[in-house]
Design a binder for this molecule. Structure first.
Ligand code: CAA
Ligand code: NAI
Length: 246
């Protein structure tokens, strides 16, 4: 088991990539805090994983709200005795062309996808410093690296995640904490289902592997970065996108 007895907080884990990560991490022996804004789905998913025999507990959190994040991290540390791994996976889209993008939708995406990553990382950090070991993994996106039509807000936040990741990798490397990001391409989740089919068809044609990714493709990348196998990987952005960036 590659994560035996590690305590992992995964945000946005009621669906999509976070849910796949929760299952993968639990299978590898981690004690998983499955966290999400959506209480009903989160509880349901945690129950399903427990029925599969895994050590998983649901915690409600709004990553955009600092008090909510502080409570989450305190509760997890109280129950499991610390925090070893943080996966900053929660994210939203509010896509619109620049000329139509509202200030509210611009700000909302930054609050969740950027400030949320800051809140969770700062709140979890003391527990990792205490142990002298930690793994921080944040979810960027191809959109944050090469831009994407209709995603001013989202691309800005995901590019900023790369900047924070590299900064934290420099600050925390000597403290035994590795900080990395994953930049997924287009993956089959509810988020991508919202893309109009004709546009998605066009995107699909540009993927050298000829298919959209599956949530497990990203969960495996998170697992690598959370495990001891990535001991010398720090400050990297792991592209898991079927080659769409070439
Ligand atoms: N590539 C190229 N052209 C695009 C495009 C794309 N990805 N998306 C939109 N366009 C073009 C349209 O074809 C259209 O062109 P014409 O004016 O020549 O007809 C023009 O841009 C305007 O598009 P719409 O008519 O669709 O404008 P709208 O205001 O009705 O909708 C939109 C705008 C909401 C951005 C809609 O186009 C859309 O949803 N686009 C997809 C955005 C997208 O790719 N989101 C990714 C979500 S998944 C995700 O975010 C995960 C991740 O990290 C990758
Ligand atoms: P999803 O929409 O399937 O799941 C996201 C989860 O985050 C949902 O369960 C939602 O309730 C939760 N969430 C939303 N706002 C929250 C908040 N404020 N606090 C706590 N939880 C919140 O999305 P998906 O596709 O699984 O995306 C996961 C991450 O991967 C996101 O950061 C997304 O931007 C990123 N990503 C996704 C790609 C894709 O193609 N699906 C590609 C690149 C990046």
């Amino acid at each position: 088991m590659r994560l035996k007895d590690k305590v992992a907080i995964i945000t946005g884990a009621a669906n999509g990539l976070g849910l796949a990560a929760a299952r993968t991490f639990a299978r590898e022996g981690a004690k998983v805090a499955l966290t999400d804004f959506n209480v009903e789905q989160g509880r349901h998913r945690a129950n399903e994983l427990r029925d599969e025999g895994y050590e998983v507990t649901f915690f409600q959190v709004n990553v955009a709200d600092r008090a909510s994040v502080d409570k989450l991290v305190e509760d997890v540390a109280k129950i499991y005795g610390g925090v070893d791994i943080l996966v900053n996976n929660a994210g939203i889209t509010r896509d619109a062309m620049l000329k139509k993008l509202s200030v509210e939708d611009f700000q909302r995406v930054l609050d969740v996808n950027l400030t949320g990553v800051f809140h969770c990382t700062q709140a979890a950090l003391p527990y990792m410093l205490e142990k002298g070991w930690g793994r921080i993994i944040s979810t960027s996106s191809v959109s944050g690296v090469y831009g994407n039509v209709g995603q001013t807000n989202y691309a800005a936040a995901k590019a900023a995640v790369v900047g924070m990741t590299k900064t934290w990798a420099k600050e925390l490397g000597r403290k035994g904490i590795n900080v990395n990001a994953v930049a997924p391409g287009f993956i089959e989740t509810a988020m991508v289902e919202k893309v109009p089919e004709n546009i998605l068809d066009g995107i699909r044609k540009t993927i050298p592997l000829g298919r959209l990714g599956k949530p497990e493709d990203i969960a495996n990348a998170y697992l690598f970065l959370a495990s001891e196998e990535s001991n010398y990987v720090n400050g990297t952005v792991l592209h898991v996108d079927g080659g769409i960036m070439m």
